[in-house]
Design a protein around this ligand. Structure first.
Ligand code: HEC
Length: 123
């Protein structure tokens, strides 16, 4: 709620992050969201920039997110609902990386997190 949170929101859309990620997958023929899944998709979408092993902007780690989301495991429609909430965000806690996800990508990521956010080795 403090103004100290504003820089976090602004820093989320770094164009160079995309370039770094493109460089990380030199062998992939294409990097369209729909071809990636699980941790590869999370990596491409920049989720680990904040939810990685060394979390940034006081974000929870991916493992913590998974632990919290595990309560929705097996609940039908949970991923879609959580995805919608993620994209909507909160008025004073806006996170661009969340908001700019497509409904489809957000749902895939939420399903993966609900299922434990395991590294998928894909691609
Ligand atoms: C700029 C840093 C940043 C990036 C990038 C980021 N997040 Fe977050 N995320 C946060 C922070 C900070 C919170 C904690 C929000 C809170 O406590 O209200 C959070 C919370 C969450 C939550 C918990 C739900 C919630 O609203 O509290 C989920 C799920 C989540 N992030 C998923 C993702 C996914 C998936 C990606 C990749 C598309 C991603 N995040 C990218 C900073 C980030």
């Amino acid at each position: 709620m403090t103004s100290a949170r504003i820089p976090r929101t602004r820093s989320a859309g770094r164009p160079w992050a995309t370039l770094l990620l493109l460089a990380a997958f030199p062998s992939s023929p294409a990097l369209a969201d729909e071809e990636l899944s699980g941790s590869a998709l999370a990596l491409q979408m920049g989720c680990y920039n904040c939810h990685g092993k060394h979390p940034r902007h006081d974000a929870p780690t991916m493992a913590q997110l998974a632990e919290d989301a595990a309560k929705h495991r097996g609940e039908s429609g949970a991923a879609a609902k959580e995805a919608q909430e993620l994209r909507r965000g909160e008025p004073f806690r806006r996170i661009v990386a969340h908001e700019q996800l497509s409904a489809e990508t957000a749902e895939k990521l939420m399903q993966w997190i609900i299922d434990g956010a395991k590294p998928t080795g894909n691609p």
